[in-house]
Write a protein that binds this ligand. Structure first.
Ligand code: NAD
Length: 246
């Protein structure tokens, strides 16, 4: 993986950050995407760690839920680093709410950020990957995209959408050296799960075979494997990384 170029969306913190650092440790040059101005310092810290570890990369600001912005991000990466070999569609949001209380705006926000973003970024990246007849797409879904979850109808719909999207890309471009796989994390310690109270955490742990929440590094290890030559015959798959939850 030495010298390959990886783009990780939403990698200023959490799971994306861990994936960016792990891919850099494997020798990749990494484009660290951040969204808002106040994410920039965190993104810079990620890039500094990448450089301290002997690899390199760039920062790219983009709102990946916006078509133009996502496309401009991929073009900026190719202009700066010469290519894009690995795309990790990680950026995502949740706005947990019962079905009856989900507003049209919240539905649109979730679908745009979690699903449309993967489409915008993948379309732009695959254009370059086809030329090289090589590329690896990894989409960060969720176990709730497989099982569903009360209070997350919109989130689960967006995460299920990634499964069909990814499998279709695998079938469409597998013959041209492009692989597309999904990671379905269980409950991972991050800003997204920070609001769980002790009672909710205890209830969750009952359903997790490994009896612990996951860490961002648990997802990063799986992502680095799927991006590596060891996974070169793995295409169109969904890999739950959930401590045996589902
Ligand atoms: P997080 O909130 O720490 O990270 C989400 C990242 O996405 C942030 O860096 C944020 O800035 C970025 N982002 C949001 N909207 C964006 C946009 N429009 N453009 C660019 N970046 C944007 O949470 P996390 O847990 O690290 O989540 C990462 C991914 O993992 C998400 O897709 C999430 O749905 C998924 N996931 C998380 C868990 C979990 O338990 N934490 C479980 C399953 C799946």
């Amino acid at each position: 993986m030495q010298g390959q170029v990886a783009v990780v969306t939403g990698s200023s913190q959490g799971i994306g950050r861990a994936i960016a650092l792990e891919l850099a440790r494997k020798g990749c040059r990494v484009a660290v995407n951040y969204y808002r101005d106040n994410d920039k310092a965190n993104a810079q810290e990620v890039l500094s760690q990448i450089e301290a570890g002997g690899s390199s990369g760039i920062l790219v600001q983009a709102d990946v839920s916006n078509s133009q912005s996502a496309q401009a991000m991929i073009e900026q990466v190719v202009a700066s680093l010469g290519q894009v070999d690995i795309l990790v569609n990680n950026a995502g949001i949740n706005k947990d709410q019962l079905l009856m209380r989900i507003s049209d705006n919240d539905w649109d926000d979730i679908i745009r950020t979690n699903l449309n973003s993967a489409f915008y970024c993948s379309r732009a990246a695959v254009k370059h990957m086809i030329r090289k007849r090589y590329g690896c797409l990894i989409h960060i879904s969720s176990v709730v995209g497989i099982s569903g979850n009360a209070g997350q109808a919109h989130y689960a719909a967006s995460k299920s959408g990634l499964l069909g999207f990814s499998r279709s890309i695998a079938r469409e471009y597998g013959g041209r050296g492009i692989r597309s796989n999904v990671i379905a994390p269980g409950y991972i310690e991050s800003a997204m799960t920070a609001s769980l109270n002790d009672e909710q955490t205890a209830r969750l742990l009952e359903s997790i075979a490994s009896k612990r929440l996951g860490k961002p590094e648990d997802i990063a290890g799986a992502a680095a494997f799927l991006a590596s030559p060891a996974a070169s015959y793995i295409n169109g798959q969904v890999l739950p990384v959930d401590g045996g939850m589902i």
